[in-house]
Design a protein around this ligand. Sequence first.
Ligand SMILES: Nc1ncnc2c1ncn2[C@@H]1O[C@H](COP(=O)(O)OP(=O)(O)OP(=O)(O)O)[C@@H](O)[C@H]1O
Ligand SMILES: [Mg+2]
Length: 285
Amino acid sequence: MTSTPTDLTRTTTMTTAHSTTSAKATSDIPVHGTGAGASVILDHLRLGFDGKVAANVTLGIDPGEVVVFLGPSGCGKSTILRALAGLLTPMGGEATVNGKAITGNDAHCAMVFQEDALFPWRTALKNVQFPLGLRGVRGRESKQAATRYLEQVGLGSYLDHLPSHLSGGMRQRVQLARTLACEPQVMLMDEPFGALDAQTRLDMQQLLISVWEQTQMTILFVTHDVDEALLLADRVVLLTHRPATVADVITIDRPRDPKAQFEESYQLRRQSILEFLGHSPVGAH
Ligand SMILES: Nc1ncnc2c1ncn2[C@@H]1O[C@H](COP(=O)(O)OP(=O)(O)OP(=O)(O)O)[C@@H](O)[C@H]1O
Ligand SMILES: [Mg+2]
């Protein structure tokens, strides 16, 4: 698949002294997708509340790319994802998916939250069937499709379990299956594994990698975990304190390769990002 770079994708620049690698134009990044993911453009996207700006971001994302946002608490990461999910109207600028401005009921972007967002009274199967119903898939077809999505996340034996009878990791898997059932072109993930224990988190990261390999979705992922960012991302976007602006964009040479973390270059990059997160200047809160 060929990428379709735009001027915006080329203008992601390094502006801090903490740069760990040169920001590569996305046109140079190998795109591994089969066409399932959408391009996302944030064009001077200005977001905020009560007239106060919380984010002002310009960034281009290729179809099938995994972009991870890292930044200080309260800088505006969730706000950016919420705008892309159509839950927040921009104060200015524009966000587009495959060239089309995002509207409130945009079906191309689906969100996975950190907190448990399942319907507690519905079984795993019925939770996953919910978005299928919204898409007009019903009856046996809906049951078969929901079963397939739950099998994809390793929960084929838990179809009839209520969320309260599942572990935190399993509930997150159901949420992932439910999001996959939306067949989004862009998956928005806001600290999806933040509440999980370390081992479950590693399992979920591997599951996400395998889902991405199968679907080639575009993924925008927010985390506070530098190792998670360096494992998953094609590019890591470092954001400043509120209002979030792009401080740095780091291209990961070997995304999704767990062995990379044993290399010296990985440790240097990790340290540099940690320093950035610890020392970025405080803006207006
Ligand atoms: N509904 C809202 N009304 C008013 N202000 C809000 C609202 N939601 C977020 N904010 C403010 O916008 C800023 C950015 O919030 P946001 O939740 O995007 O931060 P974040 O980077 O996701 O933080 P964290 O890492 O802690 O999750 C914060 O200062 C927050 O107080
Ligand atoms: Mg947040």
